[in-house]
Design a protein around this ligand. Structure first.
Ligand SMILES: C[S@@+](CC[C@H](N)C(=O)[O-])C[C@H]1O[C@@H](n2cnc3c(N)ncnc32)[C@H](O)[C@@H]1O
Length: 241
């Protein structure tokens, strides 16, 4: 797949950033297309401001979580319904996935979701420091070929943004079925800790803890596919120190 700028948002056009992977699939069903016209603008996160304060995006919430690369939004919608006192932000540049989540928001009347239909880095670089209590990165695109590794979402820059956005005691959850990406993430976290001061503590306590899904875990669509194909997921969790 060739790199291209996200088709959404002037910020993306001006930026050096690229979203690798598809941003568009089949045409939307008419119900979804209608909701993208009517409901999406009401829950869409604007990048007009340089600083985004997550709690200010909601009428009244106790705390805010973020999911990066929510795919079809199944996990995000589950968390939003299960945690009505939380605000949940989601970033996803694949428009058909966004349309699916919008249909779920409509069907279940979820008032605690806000969406950036674009590269999560545009949000991360604008988030007020220490403004989130949990961030999910669930089955990010693996880019297994060595020459494509640098396209992976986890890198020195994004980890720095993630550390800045999380409150002390907040949690970064990273799930993947690709052993090399799991090792890559652990290595990047430990390099960040070494070079920039202790930022994250890997919370695995017992051997193989990280093979156990998170509490109340609903699974994701990509995870189900990975399991069908015989791959074994890892569920990493890091506490922001
Ligand atoms: C392998 S899919 C996993 C989707 C979902 N989390 C799941 O487990 O079913 C990875 C997702 O990350 C999204 N993605 C890729 N780059 C992204 C970026 N820079 N910001 C936000 N999402 C991104 C892709 O569009 C894709 O939907």
């Amino acid at each position: 797949m060739s790199p291209r700028s996200s088709h959404l948002g002037a910020a993306a056009e001006k930026s050096h950033r690229h979203v690798y992977g598809r941003t568009k699939g089949k045409s939307l069903r008419s119900h979804q297309a209608n909701l993208m016209e009517t409901l999406f603008p009401r829950v869409s996160i604007s990048l007009a401001e340089d600083m985004i304060v997550p709690r200010a995006l909601f009428a009244d919430v106790d705390d805010v979580w973020l999911e990066i690369g929510f795919g079809g939004g199944e996990h995000l919608a589950h968390q939003a319904a299960a945690n009505p006192r939380l605000g949940i932000l989601g970033c996803e540049p694949f428009i058909n996935g966004v349309a699916k989540l919008i249909a779920e928001i409509h069907a279940h009347d979820l008032s605690n979701v806000r969406i950036l239909a674009d590269d999560a880095r545009f949000l991360l670089e604008r988030l007020a420091p220490a403004s989130l209590s949990r961030i999910f990165i669930l089955y990010p695109d693996p880019w297994p070929k060595k020459r494509h590794n640098k396209r992976r979402f986890i890198n020195e820059e994004t980890l720095g943004f993630l550390a800045r956005a999380l409150k002390p005691g907040g949690e970064l959850r990273f799930a993947s079925d690709i052993p090399d990406y799991i090792a890559w993430t652990l290595a990047h976290v430990s390099r960040l800790n070494r070079e920039k001061g202790e930022a994250f503590r890997w919370t695995a306590e017992k051997p193989l803890d990280w093979r156990t899904p998170y509490e109340g875990w609903p699974g994701t669509r990509y995870e189900a596919k990975a399991r069908r194909e015989g791959r074994v997921p890892a569920y990493l969790a890091f506490e922001r120190l």
